[in-house]
Ligand binder design. Structure first.
Ligand SMILES: [Zn+2]
Length: 180
């Protein structure tokens, strides 16, 4: 019997001049890009956190700290590949991803197909297992003023192999329960 688990991820990065805008592994033409230690792909980061959350394997900051000079400027598609390898070790197999990008500009819709393709490839999933949506913040607050871009994601994983470990200990039916 397998066990299905869910995780959630949220991330936000500030937009600034002189940076490329990378979302879901796709470079998008825009007057500003997201600031960060990596390529600041806010969508990939939210997805990474959702996957790590579903596998109860901590968070992105713990695995890819912004104090680690070896990963300065790292592509977040590479981060997703590393998260995928980490999930393998935890015997967690991704089932599906759903994510929403919250941005006032640029328009995300025309890039969704390419993002799904890149994210699915990084995680060794089919494109049908990765859904990406986009919305604006209705010009409300910091995101609404275009100061940054946020993303939220959920991930479902199936625990394979070692799932017995995660089940609560039960004694023999009718018999005394064994010390755990
Ligand atoms: Zn981030």
């Amino acid at each position: 019997m397998s066990m299905i688990r869910c995780g959630i991820g949220y991330d936000v990065h500030r937009l600034s001049e002189g940076r490329k805008l990378i979302l879901g592994g796709v470079e998008i033409a825009h007057d500003r890009g997201l600031e960060g230690h990596s390529d600041a792909d806010v969508l990939a980061h939210a997805i990474a956190d959702a996957l790590l959350g579903a596998a109860a394997a901590g968070d992105i900051g713990q695995h890819f700290p912004n104090t680690d000079e070896s990963i300065r400027g790292i592509s977040s598609i590479e981060i997703l590949k590393r998260v995928s390898a980490l999930l393998d070790k935890e015997d967690a197999r991704p089932v599906n991803i759903d994510a929403t990008v919250i941005a006032e500009a640029p328009k995300i819709g025309p890039h969704v197909a390419a993002m799904r393709k890149r994210i699915a490839a990084a995680l060794r999933l089919s494109e049908a297992q990765v859904n990406i949506k986009a919305t604006t913040n209705e010009r409300l607050g910091t995101i609404g003023r275009g100061e940054g871009i946020a993303a939220i994601a959920t991930a479902t994983v199936e625990m394979v192999g070692r799932d017995r470990r995660a089940r609560p200990h039960r004694g023999r039916p009718g018999g005394p329960s064994l010390p755990s």
